[in-house]
Design a binder for this molecule. Structure first.
Ligand code: NAP
Length: 247
């Protein structure tokens, strides 16, 4: 898909990666970018990037009515970037048995993404097919026990991504799974290791859409893990197991 003159909708546009998506879309010549956030007032610095092309919109992806309002108002979308996500439980399934956080991660990362694709699939169809990019994580394929419930929610979203890829192929909608390692944003502020820049992730996503690459692993950490998952998946599981939460 060509991105020049595309009409994109980016969820979680006020976050670290969301802002990079808006900047990257502006750079490749998107005609309009609907920058979605739960609190539109948090979008002022994003809109200031290009007030003509960046349109702030209110959207909570866990709220069906909020999604319906958005889909009714913005029927010209050709590219949906499901970027909104949460990581709420920094602990293991057993060590930190916080069901409320685990459910909330599923509500946003899985059910929110599911409701968004259900709502926008007909819009993309009527506009010629377009594309969907779902921002997952390399942890969708390799559970990190230290952030286990988040890994599970991203694994569910990966299953969703593969399913809709098959379902939407006939209408010409291209579906990309974005699986980065740790990104340098608010979400990972307490992680001391190597982080990929949000712009690298955003640009890799847009390249994947243009070049029709279904699964993209931005950054060294994700690329190396993806390669090892193919050659020795049990080795990845053992490495992740070392990162156990403190009891
Ligand atoms: N940071 C990492 O290391 C990393 C690694 C791999 C994948 N990812 C994924 O990358 C995506 C972007 O995260 P980030 O790193 O940019 O973190 P971030 O700065 O915390 O941004 C997360 C965004 O999601 C939004 N959001 C949360 N719940 C929402 C809801 N119910 N409805 C609409 N928006 C909602 C947040 O909005 P509010 O401001 O309203 O909360 C925020 O804009 C997420 O899907 C995340 O899982 C992150």
């Amino acid at each position: 898909m060509k991105l020049e003159n595309s009409v994109a909708l980016v969820t979680g546009a006020n976050g670290g990666l969301g802002k990079a998506y808006v900047e990257a879309l502006l750079a490749v010549g998107a005609e309009r970018i609907y920058a979605a956030a739960r609190k539109p007032e948090s979008l002022s610095r994003i809109v200031a990037l290009d007030p003509e092309r960046v349109v702030p919109i209110q959207l909570d992806i866990t709220d069906a009515r909020s999604i319906q309002n958005v889909v009714a108002s913005y029927q010209d979308v050709t590219l949906l970037i499901n970027n909104a996500g949460v990581a709420l439980n920094y602990g293991g399934f057993i060590t930190h048995p916080d069901l409320e956080s685990a459910r909330a991660e599923m509500e946003v990362n899985y059910f929110g993404t599911l409701m968004m694709v259900q709502a926008f699939a007909p819009v993309l169809k009527q506009n010629g097919g377009g594309a969907i990019a779902n921002v997952l994580s390399i942890l969708a394929q390799a559970t990190a026990p230290v952030i286990g419930t988040y890994s599970a929610s991203k694994a569910a979203a990966l299953a969703l991504t593969k399913g809709i890829r098959a379902e939407l192929a006939a209408q010409g909608t291209f579906v990309v799974a974005v699986m980065p390692g740790t990104i340098d944003t608010e979400m990972s502020k307490d992680y001391a290791g190597h982080k990929v820049s949000p712009m690298e992730v955003a640009q890799a996503t847009l390249q994947a859409i243009v070049n029709e690459i279904e699964d993209v692993y931005p950054g060294e950490q994700a690329t190396a893990t993806a390669a090892q998952l193919l050659s020795d998946p049990k080795a990845v599981e053992r490495q992740m197991a070392v990162l156990l939460p403190n009891p």
